[in-house]
Design a binder for this molecule. Structure first.
Ligand code: GSH
Length: 245
């Protein structure tokens, strides 16, 4: 029996993908969660990114490469369909899920940061009029004064984009239990990890848009059953485990 250690932030979608892959293959593993920036550098000296897996002392980074390495060493059940054209579609979908989640997460986080910064500047500007100040401080206040408020349409735009991506998934899943196949693949694990963040509230009301799509809700349940891991929904708000997903 191989000794497997998985290093990663527990709530990150990339870690989730790998946890589910190990669950699908019924491979026991030890889990190590980073506690500092140093852990990222120590466990992943080349990129500083986690997850990283260690199989009998050999380390692999990047969730996609990790799943491919697991598939090579523990081929049953496979994480890609035997039919090469189906496998190619699964690889593309897996990549799409990782990349699109990353894009939405960055946009969403930037929007929230800008909103918080604007609110803080407005509050401090308002109260600054009460305090005595020098001409230089007065000048700086003019420069620092909050100008335009963040565009309220941005949130609506991102939510409607997320809704379109969910509609894409509904169409691609169609009536199949998993994407393009009857058995789960690495594409399903990546999509599941992305949907889990949505279900957990990372994108606020996008969780209602997901709940309104029963085929995706059932898909998530099928993955939870197939991977023998209980749902690991993230907390209702906040970041997915670290500064970046
Ligand atoms: N493409 C990589 C992305 C991994 C990644 O972005 N990991 C994040 C945590 S979810 C990370 O390590 N961030 C640390 C940093 O940005 O310094 C994968 O699929 O594993």
């Amino acid at each position: 029996m191989s000794h497997i250690v998985l290093y990663g932030p527990p709530l990150a979608p990339y870690t989730e993908k790998v946890v589910r892959g190990l669950g699908l293959k019924k491979l026991p593993f030890e889990f190590k969660e980073p506690e500092s920036d140093e852990d990222y550098k120590r466990w992943s000296p080349e990129t500083g990114l986690l997850p990283v897996i260690e199989i009998d002392g050999e380390r692999t980074d990047d969730s996609t490469q990790i799943l491919l390495a697991l598939d090579e060493q523990f081929p049953d059940p496979p994480l890609l369909a035997r039919d090469p054209s189906v496998a190619a579609r699964q690889r593309r979908l897996e990549d799409w899920a990782d990349e699109s989640f990353f894009w939405y997460w960055n946009q969403w986080r930037r929007m929230r940061e800008e909103q918080a910064e604007y609110a803080a500047r407005r509050a401090s500007y308002r109260f600054s009029w009460l305090a005595p100040r020098t001409w230089f401080e007065s000048l700086r206040e003019q420069v620092d004064a909050p100008t335009t408020a963040p565009d309220p349409g941005r949130e609506r735009f991102l939510l409607s984009e997320l809704e379109h991506r969910m509609e894409d998934l509904v169409g691609w899943l169609s009536t199949r239990p998993f994407f393009y196949a009857d058995e789960p693949s690495m594409a399903d694990l990546a999509v599941y990890a992305m949907l889990l963040r949505i279900r957990g509230g990372t994108f606020d009301s996008a969780q209602d848009l997901l709940a309104d799509r029963p085929s995706l809700v059932r898909f998530m349940r099928r993955i939870e059953d197939a991977t023998s891991v209980a749902p690991r929904d993230p907390p209702a708000s906040g970041s997915p485990a670290t500064a970046s997903p």
